[in-house]
Ligand binder design. Structure first.
Ligand SMILES: C[S@@+](CC[C@H](N)C(=O)[O-])C[C@H]1O[C@@H](n2cnc3c(N)ncnc32)[C@H](O)[C@@H]1O
Length: 274
């Protein structure tokens, strides 16, 4: 298979559409800095999804866990309650500031943060190998094969990678994406788990895969709030705001009592582990 398709190059080609902001000098850390507060408010409510994800991990009280792209600690914090310690790596100061607030609110003392991109971490220098390594929806790395190799090297036991299975957008969102991209290459398909699985296979890592049903729900104060958040989270250019606004006014559901708007999406996610 290695000789026919170079999965890592395919990953790079698919990621290259996401690099344009980087080309304009905006790195991944500062992109997430801007989203941090809203992201935190939203994801820290998803306790059921988080609990289901954590239930798939083998955690023991004596374990050390490394969370690559830990964000605001959605997984790091409940994991820290079950293990000896957690190291949370993330390039976004804003995300780590929220994580720190969450940690303090919960009275947790066994989470250490490292404000770096995974690419810039040197195992044996910045961190020692941990019992478990996890990375959940944080695989923005361009050279993913090298990133996976390093995760493997950083783990004394299991590595768990969680990523989308299939489209990361909801079904109806394909139409929006088409309108925004002018029918071009970016069709709402992203670098999903199957590429990772094939890359690992070429590395002679024969991983296990579990597919989970996930439900994602997000609430907005108003249509303007929703437009702002979608523009930021989904890289939608300002000139396409009208298309986005129309789409959101069709799909968001209004709560008759509070007037708040909500968006619900059912999707699949994969845990790849070895
Ligand atoms: C969608 S959030 C997921 C956060 C958390 N893992 C969760 O499941 O809630 C993605 C996070 O990955 C981080 N991230 C992006 N690129 C990264 C990289 N190259 N190395 C480490 N973390 C990265 C971002 O800063 C962000 O905090």
């Amino acid at each position: 298979m290695t000789e026919i398709i170079n999965w890592n190059e395919l990953w790079k080609a698919m990621r290259s559409g996401h690099q344009h902001r980087g080309d304009r000098g905006e790195d991944m850390g500062s992109r997430w800095d801007k989203r941090a507060k809203k992201f935190n408010e939203s994801v820290m409510k998803h306790t059921e999804r988080t609990q289901r994800q954590i239930a798939t991990l083998e955690l023991k009280p004596e374990y050390t866990v490394l969370d690559v792209g830990a964000g605001t600690g959605r997984l790091s914090i409940p994991i820290a309650k079950q293990v000896k310690s957690v190291t949370a790596v993330d390039p976004s100061k804003g995300m780590l500031a929220c994580l720190q607030e969450n940690v303090e609110r919960e009275g947790i003392t066994n989470v250490t943060t490292i404000n770096k991109r995974w690419e810039d971490i040197e195992v044996g220098v910045d961190i020692e190998p941990h019992d478990i390594v996890i990375a959940c929806h944080s695989l923005s790395m361009f050279d993913i094969q090298e990133a996976l190799r390093k995760m493997d090297a950083a783990s004394k036991g299991y590595v768990y990678i969680m990523n989308f299975a299939g489209r990361w957008m909801g079904n109806g969102d394909g139409k929006l994406w088409k309108a925004i991209s002018g029918g071009g290459r970016r069709s709402g398909h992203s670098t999903d788990y199957i590429l990772l699985y094939n890359i690992l296979h070429d590395m002679k890592i024969y991983a296990n895969v579990d597919i989970l049903d996930t439900e994602f729900e997000q609430h907005y104060d108003s249509l303007d709030d929703a437009v702002e958040q979608w523009k930021e989270m989904r890289d939608i250019p300002p000139e396409k705001e009208d298309v986005l606004r129309e789409h959101l006014s069709e799909i968001l559901v209004k709560n008759s009592e509070t007037g708040a708007l909500s968006f619900k999406r059912e999707s699949k996610s994969a845990t790849i582990w070895w």
